[in-house]
Write a protein that binds this ligand. Sequence first.
Ligand code: EPU
Length: 337
Amino acid sequence: MMFRYNYPLKELNTFGIDARAERYICPVTEEAAADIMVKEQLSPGNCLVLGGGSNILFTKDFDGTVIQPLFNNIAIEEVLYDSAIISAQAGLEWDKLVEWTVKNDFGGLENLSYIPGSVGAAPMQNIGAYGVEVSEYINRVHAVSIETGAKEIFSKKECLFGYRNSIFKNELKGKYLITKVEFNLKRSPSTYDFSYGNLERRVMERGEPSLSTIREAVISIRSEKLPDPSVTGNAGSFFKNPLISTKEYKRLKSEYDSMPYWEIADGIYKVPAAWLIENTGWKGKKLGQAAVHHKHALVLVNMGNASGSEILDLSKKIIQSVQNMFGIKLEREVNVI
Ligand code: EPU
């Protein structure tokens, strides 16, 4: 296993930001990853685990070791009457896993089709789309401590999943390298969850609801609205959808009657950040080489050779405009380095 020095990260982050790592290594087995931690005495302060690079914004070079797991096997761990435990290693591209589950008739992940990134990154920010969050189907998460190289297994409960959130983004931030994720999936399901927005119509256009018609419909919706990172640098949703209280919701609704919202729990409302941003007038606007995507206001894009700071500056201006107009503070979903 060889370290590479002053390693270019441009191809390894979907924003296409030209940053470098002091050292880079890509272990091909879980054991090799654990060995590196021990031998090199890595610590959370000098090590960055990179997955598919689809939720990260580099605003500077990384002075330390970037580790990118490349191990990518899928295994059927256990088959029960109407469910099965499937495991996938961290380096597998997320959508390759979804494709495999749909092909093999395991249900649960189909709404999460076509999300860029790796399997190892999925539990970090509890990826979600079209009414489903990955945490609903996670059984356990296997990880290696960066400080000691010790292997640990986190139960779903221990992962403390929330909306685009988990223990790995909070108390344990930067402390573990996720090596493998176990999913609890449905075998040959006969019911599906496709009531989000216009997904149902798009599924029915394709015939009977099934894992593959849902996957096809999700892919077609996503490709229409979201820019392809291999063509235009971006990291999907740049901000989280804010959660607001009943009091705030009532204040805003009385002023902006058309504001969309979801009541996600008693007294907690989620408002689309895209709608807030669009209404401040930022949609489609450019600032240097950074821009707000013209088809989806939640996505910031690199128009060519933007620096990470340029994109960060644009995000700060958007946060300020939304704060001024609606009194809501947007939070970034993307991890800023
Ligand atoms: N909207 C606008 N302007 C826009 C786009 C959307 O006003 O430019 C409004 C519309 O009213 C729409 C609502 O926002 O009904 C919601 O839009 P959308 O269904 O596209 O979803 P979102 O809330 O903006 C979330 C996830 C996406 C996921 C979609 C679909 C977050 C931060 N983002 O976006 O996830 O694909 O739902 O389920 O929760 C990602 O995390 O990277 C990501 C792309």
